[in-house]
Each structure stands twice: as C-alpha cells, then as structure tokens.
Design a protein around this ligand. Sequence first.
Ligand code: GCO
Ligand code: MG
Length: 408
Amino acid sequence: MKINQVDVLITSPGRNFVTLKITTDDGVVGYGDATLNGRELAVASYLRDHVSALLIGRDAHRIEDTWQYLYRGAYWRRGPVTMAALAAVDVALWDIKAKVAGLPLYQLLGGASRRGALAYGHASGFDTEALFDSIRAHLELGYRAIRVQTGVPGLESVYGVAASTKIGERYDYEPARRAALPTEEQWDTRSYLRHLPAVFEAVRNEFGPDLPLLHDGHHRMTPIQAAKLGKALEPYDLFWLEDCTPAENQEALRLVRQHTTTPLAIGEIFNTVFDYQTLITEQLIDYVRSAVTHTGGVSPMKKLFDFAAQYQIKSGVHGPTDISPVGMAAALHLDIAIHNFGIQEYMRQSPETLEVFRTSYTFEDGLLHPGETPGIGVEYDEDLAAKFPYEPAYLPVNRLLDGTVHDW
Ligand code: GCO
Ligand code: MG
C-alpha cells in the first residue's frame, strides 16, 4: 500500500489549523494535525516543501521506518516546527493503518485500559464572582475537573482568563489574536503570588474538597517563587500546578520539588523525550503535558509515556483549542490505551470548527472517549474548510511593569 498523494490543508474556522492529508494508491485517506499556534505557515512549508516529495511511493504501513527516516534523515533534529510536521505524518499513517484494520486506533495501541478519559476544562474569571460563575457553567457542561485561572489585582488582563464568562457565551479563552502584531500584556509576579492562595481558598470553600482543581503558572515564576507558590497552595489540594517555571532548565525543578508536595505538570512546549530526561528519571514532575501534535505523533508519545510509567509519572496531554480535533482524537486513543493515564485537557472547539472537522469522540459524565470509528475517527470537509482562509494570528507578548519582556 503506497502513499500516492500528500496535501497540506489550511483553514481558519475561527482560528487557524494546519492538517496533513495522506492518500494511498488504493484510496485510503489519513489525517494528521500540524497546527503550531502563531507559527502555522512554517510547519505548512516544512511539510509542503521538504517532506511531501519524500513520502510519495513509500509503504504507508511502515510508520516507524518513515518516522526515523524523516527524523534522522533531516539531520537537523527536534524543535517545534520539525516535530509538528513529523507528528502530522505519524498520526496520518496511524489513521490509515487503523482504517485498513477496520479498528479504532486505540485497539492497535493495546486496547482499552479504561471506560473513558477524565477531562478538565478551563474556568476563569477576573474576580471571584465571575470565576464561580465559570466553574458552575463548566460543571453544568459535565466537567468533573476544573482548571482555575483568575485576574490579578492591578493587572488589566491576564493570560488564561476569558474576556467574558457569561452563561451562553464562550467560557474558554483563546490566547491567539487575529492581528498583524501580537498584543502586549503586563505581569507582576509578586501581586500574583499574594493573590492566588486566597482565590483557591475561596474556591475550596464554595465547591468543597472533592472537585479536582488545576492551575497553570505558564512559565512565569523563578524556581524559588514556584517553590513558594507550591507550598502556599498545599492546603487546597491541587490536582496539579502546571508550568511553574520555564522548564528548559530541568535542574531548576529540583529546588521546587524540595519545597512542596503540590503535584507538578510540565511539557506543553516540549517536543521530544530528551526534554524530560532529568524531570522523569529524578521524579521531579508528576504529569507529562506533551501534545501529540507537537511531540512527533502517537509513536514517540507512546514511548514517552512508557518511560514515564517506570517512575509512576502519569499523562496529562495538552488539549487547548490550538490542538485541532485531529490532534485531540489522536490524544484520546492514547489516553484510552496507556496504563499510566492521568487526565486530559479538553477545551471545546467552536461550532464552525466542528463542522469542518467531524469527530466521533464523545464527552459524557466528565469522560472523553475516542469512539469506535475505524482510524482516529475524524473526517475533514475540504469544501467547507476552503471558505475559511488563513488569517495571521499571534500569541501575546508579556512585559513586567517596568517594560522588561517576560515569559507569558
Ligand atoms: C494550556 C496552555 C495553552 C497555551 C496555548 C498556546 O495549558 O492549555 O497553556 O493555553 O497557552 O496552547 O498556544
Ligand atoms: Mg499550559
């Protein structure tokens, strides 16, 4: 079964998505997500200009060989653009293999280890009242685990806090803005550290001790600040504190870990297992946050989770709206199959997006399931997609109050 056509599809039904479509000589089609928020066209070019010609004529069944051929053959390794391109090829080939087998992908990954994947949603609000409304709205939508992001006194806008949290409107935030230039936000870590524990105290008092609560620090703290926050949040029993520091410096997590028992999650901007080596072997984190879309696909993610499992570290796959429904579906097949599943991030896509990408995954009683459709279970409507042309969109830039550029 040979690959005889490769198409890079770009659409923007509310936000930009890059999708790889691989077609075999007997007409089987597979899809892979290649969306890299704010840098979409770089991955599209990588695939179009440097990968598609190498795929034509290759045996579509040889997934591992094709992955190694593209990874090692390029010589220039790792990095988000390369690994998103590789992920798209890997997932599209798994989609094809599972369709040919007549099975949902999770069956080829070892079969189901659970009924469904516990999902968490994004509640946010500038003040306590708006935050509580957002948490209630998420509980009504069926979420059984909630990420809590809140405004900080003195700051006009904060990443992760939706502009509107009214019932009936979108509850989720979208960090990328359609514009020719990124927006700029302000940040002050001391105000944030003073404010956040009281927010979690209020949430626990209102919603009780059972509800799993998560928080994303979005790389904005130094190790000692992260240690302080982790310690201060201990009474509120978080499910996890995410990206407490910019974790390129893996050794920094030793210091955080020494000071707090708040569980730590890291990895949404990582793209290979090498980014985790110290974090995993020294058990400095509790959850691996990689996205299938940004970490080379299902094949390397399965290896990464098996490695993490040796150290009792669990999965917490990245799943915001910049992961397309194709990337989300691929994640769900892994979530159902692996033993060390932890939790799955799940932001709902817009209705326009779900018309372009028709999915077979379901969300019931707090649990996601990839469905039983052969393959990964996503169809792509090319005619409709063409009605939503690409629009430049950028993630924000963050500055400290004195103007210094900061992590956001
Ligand atoms: C999360 C993330 C995202 C990122 C986004 C950037 O935990 O979901 O932090 O919201 O900011 O993926 O494109
Ligand atoms: Mg995050």
